[in-house]
Design a protein around this ligand. Structure first.
Ligand code: E4P
Length: 219
């Protein structure tokens, strides 16, 4: 299972890359807006920092013609860019065209099995079901992950499930159980995933016991 960081904050990404855990990054217009400054330069810096890891960058245009041209321009920014396009009917035609051109696509704002199936048929690299936003409207987001997993396995599609909008550690846990190919995780949730109180207290205990020996060098 791949772990992506759900942020455009370069220092946070740099810090997590040092752990060796991070396979990629997802951004959205909200993330880029939060960082401010020149978004094109930031995207280039993010892609350079990730090396070969996928970096999802979302389109900001609206009409299919402009989205198509913008998607090509975003894809040209770096070899590891994945263009994020909302799962909107108006864009289906251009999504297919971009896939045929060899551009990696991450379909965002996916909320149903039906939408997922349509995008798999178009041959996109990732679909991003938004777990948290479904839970927000009292729909079980995790059950949609299970439905998508079964559908993709049943029909042998190549599209990967990128579990997004994960709001807490339980969401991450459930995304793993549902067999998501990727989970994109905010730094605060990843911090909880890599921290265990029993590991910390166990280390404190071992250190205290070892110190009783008073040995200065070992071995
Ligand atoms: C990532 O691809 C999504 O844009 C992000 O996970 C959305 O999260 P949110 O629903 O908490 O804004």
């Amino acid at each position: 299972m791949k772990i992506f960081l759900d942020t455009a904050h370069l220092p946070t990404i740099t810090q997590w890359l040092a752990t060796g855990l991070i396979d990629g990054v997802t951004t959205n217009p909200t993330h880029l807006s939060k960082e401010g400054g020149d978004s094109t330069q930031l995207v280039k810096a993010l892609c350079a920092q990730l090396g070969t890891g996928d970096v999802s960058i979302e389109i900001t245009e609206h009409t299919p013609e402009k989205v198509y041209a913008q998607a090509q321009a975003i894809a040209a920014l770096a070899p590891n860019v994945v263009v994020k396009i909302p799962c909107h009917k108006e864009y289906y035609g251009i999504i297919k065209q971009l896939v045929l051109e060899g551009i990696s696509i991450n379909i965002t704002l996916v909320f149903s099995l039906m939408q997922g199936l349509m995008m798999c048929k178009l041959g996109v690299k990732y679909i991003s079901p938004f777990v948290g936003r479904l839970d927000d409207i009292d729909v079980d987001g995790i059950s949609v992950l299970h439905q998508l997993r079964n559908m993709i396995d049943q029909y042998h599609f190549n599209t990967q499930i990128l579990a997004a909008s994960l709001r807490d550690i339980r969401h991450l846990h459930a995304a793993i159980e549902a067999g998501a190919d990727v989970a994109t995780v905010p730094s605060a949730i990843l911090e909880k995933a890599v921290t265990h109180p029993l590991t910390i207290s166990g280390m404190v205990q071992f250190n205290a016991d070892w110190d009783k020996l008073g040995i200065k060098q070992f071995p």
